[in-house]
Design a binder for this molecule. Structure first.
Ligand code: ADA
Ligand code: CA
Length: 360
């Protein structure tokens, strides 16, 4: 069973590895521009329940979720970053000389994006556990497919045929762009419920990477994969696929912030966590979903979830669902409405120990 210590060690691991990349990510740090917010999810009529703000305010989990990377993105950030550099994960890349082998080159506008083999960069984050390492290798070599390094979007609508890989500590600003996945290339499941497990994500966020100002159109495929210490800001999922954003079991995990975002039509789960994380979901609106947050079924690792100013309607199964005695939920200004009738009060924080739930 994982503990706080495991979160700390995962972070330490990621932190120790980053300097080995010897790269400076110069990232565009413009904020809040070009948000499209197009998402057309239906909102359910009346009858919603607001959990009042009269609670004791005691911090139950003992943990303060800190904001992930965000503006602290390590870049010397002068001006505009270059556009994405396309590199196939299958291609040989340039380095190959061990630590620091991921090459960097200056891009247009003075930004720096890596040009080396993304696989080499990703292998820097191979988990220590043998089983997880094997699963991770399968993930980076087969499941996720070829990757395109990306640090900046276009501000317009475009179709992608490779997962966009945001490098460690970089901020990808979509500038309000709408991304649609090429169904064949991204292996999107367009059958009812869109639950196939082989689908590819729109984004893979390396540790410390962030993404903002992006609309993800139907089909939602595997959404956004977050390796840990990531922030998502002003994201709209118009029609979620297998899930909207997730942390896999073989990722380092850490602080995850999802703010000023909207998500619609998640047949199963919106946000899925398979590794220890401190999650903060802030200013989020969603409609039609199985669960807003799901801790991977049958797992007992430590997970902290902070829901601040969250409104979800058309919830079928749970607002938060976990089988872990170490799942802790804090909430403030949470409004929910379940689909259908009947008493669903046991489904709000489903199977979360009641003593682990705190309102503030
Ligand atoms: C499903 C599946 C899990 C995991 C999860 C995910 O719930 O049962 O094993 O793959 O999806 O990460 O999306
Ligand atoms: Ca998934």
């Amino acid at each position: 069973m994982s503990t706080r210590a495991s979160i700390a060690s995962a972070r330490l691991r990621a932190g120790l590895l980053l300097p080995a990349l010897s790269l400076v990510w110069a990232c565009s740090a413009q904020s809040g521009d070009g948000a499209s917010g197009a998402g057309g999810g239906p909102s359910e009529p009346g009858g919603s329940t607001t959990i009042g703000s009269s609670g004791s305010g005691t911090v139950g989990s003992g943990v303060t979720s800190s904001s992930a990377a965000g503006s602290g993105s390590g870049g010397a950030g002068s001006g505009v970053t270059s556009g994405a550099t396309s590199t196939s994960a299958a291609s040989a890349g340039s380095g190959g000389d061990g630590a620091g082998s991921v090459a960097a080159s200056s891009g247009v506008g003075g930004g720096v994006v890596p040009t080396g083999d993304p696989l080499e960069l990703l292998r820097e984050f191979t988990p220590a556990d043998e089983e997880l390492a094997e699963a991770y290798e399968g993930y980076i070599t087969e499941e996720v497919g070829p990757l395109t390094y990306a640090t900046e979007g276009t501000g317009t609508a475009r179709t992608i045929s490779q997962t966009l890989f945001v490098p460690p500590n970089a901020v990808y600003d979509g500038k309000g762009e709408t991304l649609t996945a090429d169904v064949a290339a991204m292996r999107c499941d367009t059958s009812k419920g869109e639950q196939a497990e082989s689908q590819r994500p729109f984004f893979l966020l390396a540790p410390g990477a962030s993404v903002k100002n992006v609309t993800i159109a139907y089909p939602g495929c595997e959404g956004i994969h977050m390796m840990g210490d990531n922030a998502l800001e002003n994201i709209t999922w118009e029609d979620v696929g297998e899930d909207a954003a997730s942390v896999r079991s073989y990722f380092p995990g850490g602080a995850i912030t999802i703010k000023d975002s909207k998500g619609y039509k998640a047949a199963d789960k919106m946000f899925q966590f398979n590794a220890p994380c401190d999650v903060r979901i802030e200013s989020f609106t969603g409609a039609e979903m199985g669960k807003l947050v799901r801790q991977n079924g049958g797992t007992g690792f430590e997970l902290h979830i902070d829901l601040n100013t969250v409104t979800v309607t058309g919830v079928v199964s749970a607002v938060v669902q976990s089988d872990s005695p170490l799942c802790f939920v804090r909430h403030h200004n949470l409004t929910y409405e379940f689909a259908g009738s009947g008493d669903k009060s046991d489904r709000v924080f489903r199977d979360v120990p009641p003593e682990n739930v705190t309102e503030y």
